[in-house]
Design a protein around this ligand. Sequence first.
Ligand code: AMP
Length: 474
Amino acid sequence: MRALRIMRRPPQCVQKKVFSLTSFHDFRLNNAITRALAEEKYLAPTPIQAQTIPTVMAGRDVIGIAQTGTGKTAAFALPILHHLAAYARPVPRKSCRVLVLSPTRELSGQIRDRFRTYGRHLRVRTALAIGGVSMGSQVRALLGGVDVLVATPGRLIDLVRGNALRLDGIECFVLDEADRMLDMGFIEDVGKIVAKLPAVRQTLMFSATMPRAIEQFAASMLRDPVRVAVAPPASTAERIRQRLIRVERAAKPGVLIELLRRETVDRGLIFTRTKRGADKVVRGLVRAGIAADAIHGNKSQNQRERVLAAFRKGATRILVATDIAARGIDVDGISHVINFDVPNVPETYVHRIGRTARAGADGTAISLCDREELAFVRDIERLIRMSITANEAGAATHGHEPLGANTRSLRPAAATPAKRTRQRPGGAARKRDHSTETTAAMASVAFMRRHVPARDTAAIELGPIAPPKETAHG
Ligand code: AMP
């Protein structure tokens, strides 16, 4: 596969809403779009936009390595809107011209809002197809055909099965957050959807990280893609101050409370591994007089939207989330990300801390690490190629260390691979379920090979499968 590589470092310390590359006028986007951008006070394209917009306008497939917060939504939405305006045509009933797939309801809603914002001076019909809400209104919205449909995979498949939507008229397909799709077990659904798309189409795929399974997935789905990236696949935002606090598991709730009292937390996002864990943390904080809310997969869509809106407005200062629920949270001004649990998948750490220090702002990421989680930290350090050094002095077996004592150091992380088996204090091994995850990843790739017409089969090979992913709790 011939792929033109355009790799640049991410911008360091850019001011919010000010990015210093080319001007949007250089792209010769439709005037109605540049007007909307001016109204949004977007002065210049972000790096991912500078690379992606002309490439998409030239009709090429794109594989974009970029995290949320880099401006990647506009990177694909702007050239798509331009195309829709330049080649306006009636859309057949129950059909759409552009399909954007995203892993979560929240993210889908945000993407759809952006299309509306950037396309507000154009006649572009958009629709949203997400689970958790009734299908009736979505079926009605699709009846007359739409230009842009933003959807989560499950609901999209339901609509197609129910004959409410046909996918054979799609000109452009966007797969956002592909690595999360894999994490959340959606990749088979995505494969089924891709199999129904016309062979002649433009495909844009974005992913924050590029594990092997996603590379293989991309190879089956994209035609001679241009690769654009604003950061190496697993790099951590360098502006983020990362700290680690060694603490006994039982002491974590107390440490968290103390931390929230001591630190100036404008807006804090706390991650737990499980939904129950999130609720428990919220209960503990509320008992301590700290207002907090939880967002996770057991909450109804309405609850999730209400909680998110309150967090965005600043009415709720502390939000406790599971990884999956947090994935779609696009909130600027998160000053702190706190890992109540250290994730056992290193890429998840990168996703989590990327929620802060967005749009050029500063941010702090603090991880509460118990003894069992130390090995996860080593894996993370290896991935981000820096050490989040704990203050080892007196590293707690009871209680915890003085807060604020630990700041990141830049010593290179150890080069030896981490052991995958974790010792519990009692001696029992906590083993990552490699076999299941690997089998799932291999099944996904095998599925893609069976169901998706290979566009560049030479690039597909079953090498070592990506590192295991944690199971979906959100
Ligand atoms: P995204 O990565 O698409 O979620 O975008 C992150 C944030 O950056 C959103 O709040 C966007 O409104 C904002 N943004 C995107 N592009 C630009 C730009 N060129 N100038 C200023 N802000 C932007």
